[in-house]
Design a protein around this ligand. Structure first.
Ligand SMILES: C[S@@+](CC[C@H](N)C(=O)[O-])C[C@H]1O[C@@H](n2cnc3c(N)ncnc32)[C@H](O)[C@@H]1O
Length: 263
């Protein structure tokens, strides 16, 4: 509790006004990740392996951008810093604990960008929703990783759209699609890491509830897929666990073809 309070207090002044409401979410994620470290290990290892595999295939490694870098648990940041000239980390919030760790490690080629990647404001205002268009300004871009961010964008956007009294069913698929369109349209390599669904499962293995986190928007079959016990037994309930299905897709052509099928 004390560590959480300290991290919260230290992160608050480092975060700009519009994004401060997300500090609490990040600190909660930070404590949950520490509590569930064992259950999350395989997911985090698989995510890091997918990033390294994608980066390793590139001919040039000048700038890499990681979207939803968060706590850097599923991002092999030290390896990326050795492989690339510059690594840009983008998130709503960069916690004081993450900033401190980066300084301690003296990772001098890391840049932090605090940015809302959902594009909901544009969507609600009826403007074109292109939340990844800022990537066009990033020089020498060779890799963009969407690091277990997309379902969280959906969750945040759902709350926002509901608060504005707008139609969630209609708008949420557009938010998800805008992110996928942005990735598919990049002139460089990309890797989409995302949880696509969750299931509530009891101790006998019976599934009680299933939910599509991408709101019906299609994604390519992952090159790799795995389960992520986001809430293992004992975390939220003694009798139920919540398990997310995660995909890793670095096939730009496959991503593009699912996008054109949507249009
Ligand atoms: C499940 S975490 C990703 C974990 C992270 N890749 C790691 O290695 O720890 C989701 C991340 O998405 C970020 N996020 C959620 N909504 C966002 C938005 N609209 N714009 C930018 N980042 C967002 C959260 O702050 C959080 O850090």
């Amino acid at each position: 509790m004390i560590l959480e309070a300290l991290n919260y207090a230290a992160s608050w002044p480092l975060t700009s006004g519009p994004h401060r409401s997300a500090v609490r979410y990040s600190v909660n994620l930070w404590s949950r990740a520490r509590r569930c470290a064992e259950a999350w290990r395989t997911h985090e290892e698989n995510s890091r392996a997918a990033i390294l595999e994608t980066a390793g295939r590139l001919k040039q490694r000048r700038t890499a951008v990681v979207l939803g870098s968060g706590l850097l648990r599923d991002v092999p940041i030290e390896a990326l810093c050795k492989m690339f000239d510059t690594v840009v980390l983008v998130d709503l919030v960069h916690l004081a604990s993450v900033r401190g760790w980066l300084s301690l490690k003296r990772l001098r080629n890391v840049r932090l960008i605090e940015r809302d990647l959902a594009g909901v404001d544009d969507l609600l205002a009826g403007r074109p929703c292109e939340p990844l268009s800022f990537l066009r300004q990033v020089p020498y871009l060779d890799l963009v990783v969407s690091a277990n961010l997309l379902s969280q964008i959906g969750m945040g956007a759902a709350r926002r759209i509901e608060a504005e009294g707008q139609n969630r069913q209609r708008l949420l698929p557009k938010v998800i699609s805008a992110h996928l369109d942005g990735l598919a349209g990049l002139p460089c390599a990309s890797l989409l890491l995302t949880d696509v669904s969750y299931r509530v499962i009891d101790r006998d293995g019976h599934v009680h509830e299933e939910f599509d986190l991408l709101r019906g928007v299609p994604v390519p079959l992952g090159k790799a897929e795995w389960s992520w016990p986001v809430s293992p037994f004992g975390e939220e309930s003694a009798d139920y666990q919540i398990v997310h299905r995660v995909i890793a897709c670095n096939d730009q052509a496959a991503l593009l073809s699912t996008r054109s099928a949507v249009v």
